[in-house]
Design a protein around this ligand. Structure first.
Ligand code: KMH
Ligand code: ZN
Length: 276
């Protein structure tokens, strides 16, 4: 089996700093987290940023400063979220690309998201896909449900391959309203990747909350890659809170090594995902 990529998603848009103080929200906290996660084996950082008030923002100046700071402190592949928070308008989400990250997320369909709705209209998705290609940004297609994979097959069929020519998807499982976070769902999605998407398409997977471990272990066994971080879980195990994002990255690296797979460094990750 090939080496494994670890993506760290350290902050997200849903957890509040007041409820969970270890969450990195300032630029200094984010850079410190990035450095320690790289040491622990992460090679991609999936970034949501916060404002002075610790609330989610898509402010372009802050995003650009964040990309620059992460690039000077680490070799990590910098992936900005275009998903933002469920309340973010499409125009702000598209403008994220102007911060010139290496990668950006592109969610492949609308999904119920707890009590809210995470809107991803077809026309918006196609605009994002084409804009990423125009700007030389490599997408990570976010998959919250099985139909999102067939939607991606349709997108690639109608609008062509992304920048770099390689297709990489990320299963985000266990969101209330999306696909469940368990072993059969990971294997069903891995099977759908093989059936519907171009040969060589890679996938990573993350399970929200208590679904973290079954999703991680199944993805490792199925040849997939891993995403971990406080965006997805604040609990390390039953009754124990996560101490740091690096702790989650270390556990992911241990899981890959246990399965006899090497942990890919940023250079290996760039090569695999076609990031120039
Ligand atoms: N915060 C969610 C509404 C992404 O980063 O692209 C969307 C999300 C997906 O986290
Ligand atoms: Zn995200």
């Amino acid at each position: 089996m090939t080496g494994g990529i670890i993506t760290v998603a350290p902050t997200g848009a849903e957890v509040s700093k007041a409820d969970f103080p270890p969450l990195p929200v300032t630029l200094d906290e984010l850079v410190d987290t990035a450095v320690s996660c790289e040491e622990a084996g992460a090679s991609i950082i999936h970034v949501h940023i916060r404002g002075e008030d610790a609330l989610p923002t898509l402010d372009l100046g802050r995003l650009t400063d964040t990309v620059d700071a992460l690039r000077s402190a680490t070799d990590l592949v910098v992936q900005l979220s275009t998903g933002g928070a469920v309340t973010d308008p499409e125009s702000d989400r598209l403008r994220v690309l102007d911060a010139r990250p290496d990668m950006a997320s592109c969610t492949m369909g609308t999904v119920n998201f707890g009590d809210a709705v995470f809107m991803n209209r077809w026309d918006f998705i196609t605009e994002l896909h084409k804009s990423m290609r125009d700007k030389g940004v490599v997408p990570e297609y976010e998959i919250f449900d099985l139909g999102h994979l067939t939607n991606l097959a349709r997108l690639l069929d109608k609008h062509g391959l992304p920048h770099g020519g390689h297709v990489h998807v990320d299963f985000v499982l266990g969101v209330p309203g999306g696909a469940s976070g368990d072993a059969p769902t990971v294997t069903a999605m891995a099977d759908a990747v093989r059936r519907y998407l171009p040969e060589g398409t890679t996938f990573s997977a993350t399970g929200i909350g208590r679904t973290t471990m079954p999703v991680m272990l199944t993805s490792v066994a199925a040849g997939g890659h891993l995403r971990v971080g406080m965006e997805d879980t604040t609990s390390f195990r039953r009754g124990e809170k996560v101490a740091s994002n690096a702790q989650l990255a270390e556990r992911a690296a241990d899981a890959l090594r246990l399965a006899g797979r090497e942990v890919l460094d940023p250079e290996g990750t760039r090569k695999l995902l076609g990031i120039g």
